[in-house]
Design a protein around this ligand. Structure first.
Ligand SMILES: Nc1ncnc2c1ncn2[C@@H]1O[C@H](COP(=O)(O)OP(=O)(O)OP(=O)(O)O)[C@@H](O)[C@H]1O
Ligand SMILES: [Mg+2]
Length: 378
């Protein structure tokens, strides 16, 4: 049976295991970590660093803070990935009510902290920065000045464990007291809730097609990593569709995922993806491992054979430098990104040569042949 007919059997409008972090994706509340943030804000700890290994739920936790705004906070602003200073200024300003924005058009970046504090008065602003391990020093240095000048601004940086060092290193926030919050591994109970909520989210009923044993086994296979839970769940569902299996029990799960160790309860290193699965899942959904902006680039390059960075940034209404850095990642030139995303069949984008665009010769980029083929297969 094809996957779509299988999903229809359970009334699903899509797979419950898609790796979405869009704001409507169900979130099981991380109460302990949420309360820590509330506590920091209450105690005027204005720089917080939230770290966890890949796929642990950092972006999802950030979404929780947006969805359930802490009541002491008046303004909340979030950045999904690196943005240069002037784009950060623009977004902060646009979050203020119109009457507070007046006269600030000509703002100078070194005066911005002072100006912002004046605009805020006694109101509090919380700024969330995701993927902060990728930010450059220049942005951190500027944010440090904002931290010095604008006393009512709170910042949370989300990132991989390496971020901790980066934040406390010499050129960024050293000497500034920052509170670190590590995301706890999720226990089996929460993993089970994630699946239940996601099945409901796509229109399904209860835990169908899983039985309790099957559900538990999928949860155990994930080693406390929610992203792994979704990947393994998807592998099981795909196999169940092929074999037209409408009830999934423990034995079936083990048959698909192989035998695995009992769950590791401690902090764990990113799970090694076995080679065979890696190949398969890269065909299935490597696009969901990309950031929303990276996906938009891929979409544009599906329609346009070749585009230059300036053309892309115009289409995306985004800064040339940040598009440039995304293209670098999509070309597979960023080592950290390669390690973080083993399912992505790099390079996604390749340099196609030079061409005259808007009056000057520029490099142009397109999708790699392999990626075009994979997308066509989906
Ligand atoms: N508390 C949660 N409740 C429900 N689903 C969750 C939760 N935490 C994570 N997930 C799911 O697990 C997947 C991975 O989470 P997320 O993308 O937030 O991890 P991450 O730590 O930001 O990963 P990366 O290191 O790649 O940025 C997401 O698709 C998300 O929907
Ligand atoms: Mg993330």
């Amino acid at each position: 049976m094809d996957r779509e007919s299988y999903y229809k059997k359970f009334n699903w409008n899509k797979s419950p295991f898609i790796k979405s972090t869009s704001i409507d994706t169900p979130i099981i509340r991380r109460t302990e970590e949420y309360e820590k943030v509330v506590e920091c804000i209450g105690g005027w700890d204005r720089i917080m660093v939230v770290t966890a290994p890949i796929g642990y739920g950092k972006t999802t936790f950030m979404n929780l803070l947006i969805k359930e705004k802490i009541h002491e906070i008046d303004y909340i602003i979030s950045f999904d990935s690196y943005d240069p200073v002037y784009a950060v200024i623009k977004k902060i300003l646009s979050s203020l009510p119109l009457w507070k924005r007046l006269f600030s058009r000509e703002v100078n970046r070194s005066e911005f902290g002072k100006l912002l504090q004046k605009k805020l008065g006694s109101e509090k602003m919380l700024i969330l920065f995701d993927e902060a391990q990728d930010y450059d020093e220049e942005l951190f240095r500027w944010l440090r000045i904002i931290n010095d000048r604008a006393n009512n601004v709170f910042m949370i940086f989300f990132g991989l464990p390496t971020l901790e060092n980066k934040i406390t290193s010499e050129s960024s926030f050293r000497d500034r007291k920052s509170k670190s919050i590590k995301l706890n591994p999720l226990d089996l109970d929460v993993m089970g809730k994630i699946i239940r909520e996601r099945i409901k989210w796509v229109g399904g009923e209860g835990i169908k097609p899983f039985n309790e044993g099957g559900l538990k086994r999928v949860c155990e296979s994930a080693n406390s990593i929610p992203r792994k839970l979704l990947e393994n769940g998807q592998l099981v569902i795909r196999e169940a569709a092929i074999r037209e299996k409408i009830s999934i029990d423990e034995t079936f799960v083990e048959g698909v995922l192989g035998c695995f160790e009992e769950p590791v309860r401690d902090y764990v290193e990113p799970y090694e993806v076995p080679k065979t699965i890696e190949k398969e899942s890269s065909i299935v959904d490597f696009l969901s491992d990309l950031s929303p902006m990276q996906r938009s680039i891929v979409e544009l390059l599906q329609v346009n054979e070749e585009l230059s960075i300036s053309e892309l940034s115009e289409e995306l209404a985004s800064d040339i430098r940040s598009v440039g850095s995304l293209i670098r990642k999509l070309r597979g030139l960023d080592k950290d990104e390669l390690l973080r995303k083993p399912n992505v069949p790099y390079p996604i984008v390749v340099r196609k040569g030079k061409d005259k665009r808007s009056g000057r010769v520029q490099y142009v980029y397109g999708l790699s042949d392999n990626v075009r083929r994979l997308i066509a297969k989906r």
